[in-house]
Design a protein around this ligand. Structure first.
Ligand SMILES: [Zn+2]
Length: 347
């Protein structure tokens, strides 16, 4: 985080740093995209104002103003640029809202909202990015994360039941409805022969249930055809034989890894390692509502996939994603009080 110190001197410096990340090639109008913009006086909180000349002409006005934060997820926020920069730095250090609130001297509720905005920004621009696909050697596995619907009286009412116990004591295949939402994990193994290869690339998706019909469209969208595809010997994945070189290890029979005659190592150990990393990460949050589970998970996904980079590079990559976000996804999520159904994401 040391590289942030020069920008944490005052609001102007923080705003300048964030602007540079949003518009590395020069400021353009968020409404029309024109670069015919002229800087005006700063706002009280240090944000730079700009006047867009083409928009002014189009609207028949003398000025058409926008600021550093117009049409970004920060637009509605009352936090100052310096506070935001500090919050984002601590957010990337995987702190929870309580710790961020204490470290930045803001209210815990505010910190929680900030964290949701940042995670939601990553979800919208990084997680849902249709161009991000896995290839070569891909492992798939599921895990179950206990998550309730804490604090959401409306949810409890809707199901006409008692507030549920977190489903730790349940047996069998868990579902979101039963309080243990399954997660599907896909990971592209790191190419160990290439020193400069990025970290193993992972894709984590929250599921309503573990059925072929649920996971098939996700795998089809995220894993390139022809890849080697490793799973345990679980009939859930049989459909992948059509498009992938599907190989299985039989965990039930005590087989965890083997080398096939063609030299391929068949195992899901990369994914197992990621699950334990994810559990560690989620433990920081001391109980997660189902509504927000996928937002925390996407932060882990992003940080894992950028783990080979220097802290500053990963930080700026995250910020570029967040600054490219309109907040559309989050708006919809907040208004519907639930996560967007997967069917909307994979059409
Ligand atoms: Zn414009």
């Amino acid at each position: 985080m040391k590289h942030l110190i020069p920008y944490l001197q005052d609001d102007r410096k923080a705003a300048d740093y964030l602007r540079q990340l949003r518009w590395p090639a020069g400021v353009t109008c968020p409404r029309c995209g024109s670069d015919a913009v002229e800087p005006r006086e700063r706002c009280d909180n240090g944000l730079q104002r700009f006047n867009c000349v083409p928009c002014g002409v189009r609207l028949g006005q003398q000025f058409a103003m926008f600021t550093d934060w117009t049409s970004s997820i920060f637009e509605e926020s009352k936090l100052r640029p310096l506070e935001w920069l500090l919050v984002i730095g601590l957010w990337q250090l995987k702190l929870n809202a309580t710790a961020i609130a204490a470290a930045t001297d803001i209210q815990e509720r505010t910190a929680q909202r900030c964290v949701n905005l940042l995670d939601g920004g990553l979800y919208e621009t990084y997680h849902l990015d249709p161009t991000r696909q896995l290839e070569h050697q891909v492992e798939a596995d599921e895990c179950y994360q206990s998550a309730g619907s804490t604090g959401l009286a409306r949810e409890v009412e809707r199901h006409e039941r008692e507030p549920r116990q977190r489903g730790l004591q349940l047996r069998g295949r868990a579902t979101a409805e039963a309080g243990r939402p399954p997660l599907l994990g896909l990971v592209q193994r790191r190419d160990k022969t290439d020193q400069d290869a990025p970290a193993a690339q992972v894709y984590l998706e929250g599921l309503e249930n573990v059925r072929t019909a649920t996971i098939k469209p996700i795998i089809a969208a995220k894993v390139k055809g022809g890849a080697q595809f490793f799973t345990d010997a679980y009939n859930l994945y049989h459909f992948t034989e059509a498009n992938y070189d599907h190989r299985t290890v039989n965990h039930g029979a005590g087989e965890y890894a083997r080398r096939d005659p063609d030299g391929t190592c068949v195992h899901c150990n990369t994914m197992e390692g990621i699950w334990s990393g994810l559990r560690n990460f989620l433990d920081h949050f001391k109980g997660i509502s189902q509504r927000f589970l996928h937002l925390r998970v996407v932060r882990y996904e992003f940080l894992h996939n950028h783990g080979h980079l220097h802290w500053r590079q990963a930080f700026e990559a995250a910020l570029r994603c967040i600054l490219a976000t309109t907040g559309d996804y989050l708006q919809r999520m907040v208004h519907q009080h639930r996560r967007m159904p997967l069917t909307l994401c994979y059409r």
